[in-house]
Design a protein around this ligand. Sequence first.
Ligand code: PSU
Ligand code: MN
Length: 305
Amino acid sequence: MHPMLAVTDEVATALAEGRPVVALESTIISHGMPYPQNVEMAVEVEGIVRSLGAVPATIAVLGGRPRIGLSPDDLELLASHPDVTKVSVRDLPYVVARGVHGATTVASTMRLAALAGIRVFVTGGLGGVHRGAQTSFDVSADLTELGQTDVAVVCAGVKSILDIGLTLETLETLGVPVVGFGSDEFPSFFSRSSGHAAPMRVDSAADVAAMMRAKWDLGLAGGIVVANPIPAEDEIPADEIGLIIDQALADLDRLGIHGKDATPYLLGRIVELTDGASLVANIALVRNNARLGAAIAGEFAGGVP
Ligand code: PSU
Ligand code: MN
């Protein structure tokens, strides 16, 4: 194991025995949802993964130490502490060297998961190409990381706070397979539809695991995006959430918020503008992704014991 990582016994043992492990990110806890729903979600999702025979490994940097697997107290700290930095890959050296707390994004969680030998990661939504990136250059490092780090990421697609078409184009350029899980359409987080076709479709966890093996056995570096549509009973119709997102984007512009603060601001504003309905949908889709991620990890490890 990499000497700079602090890995819990539960995760280390599962990895050593070749049992299924699912990585989980922490920016979704610290900067993606309000307290206390954030910590309730984090605890519940770990429970779902465990109940399906896999070991959850929530990843963060605490006191400068990259941690693979967290305690309930650690989750509470990430959910409620005022000084937790949002950490993408470029921020890792700073938080480690300074000995501070950091919540990891998709990009940095992928990198730390891969360092620990974890190949399946569950989250809610990916970062991507922001609307207006033609002038702002705001393209999430999540995409760069997917182009180079060998982890399959289960998500519910990307929100239309981003330019979904340009995000899919960029993933193609980076050589990242994007599969619609049980869907011909790429989902848009709150909604099952996006108006964009999924570049590929896969219908079972076993077939996702087979693609992971094929990709990495061919020496093709980088991730796979498994886009798992939100369950129909939990979705918010695209036209309804579209108006809210347009309002949130207008508020972002008006306030001049940009860079790493843009995504957390938009997520929080959407929760406000929907009176919490977006949060309910967000939690439902993460649960759904946790179930699929546990199944994929089980298949990739050779079947849930
Ligand atoms: N999208 C969501 N919820 C989230 C994020 C994105 O619906 O919590 C978080 C993830 O951690 C993602 C990060 O990796 O935002 C992307 O931030 P940025 O656009 O600054 O790279
Ligand atoms: Mn950005």
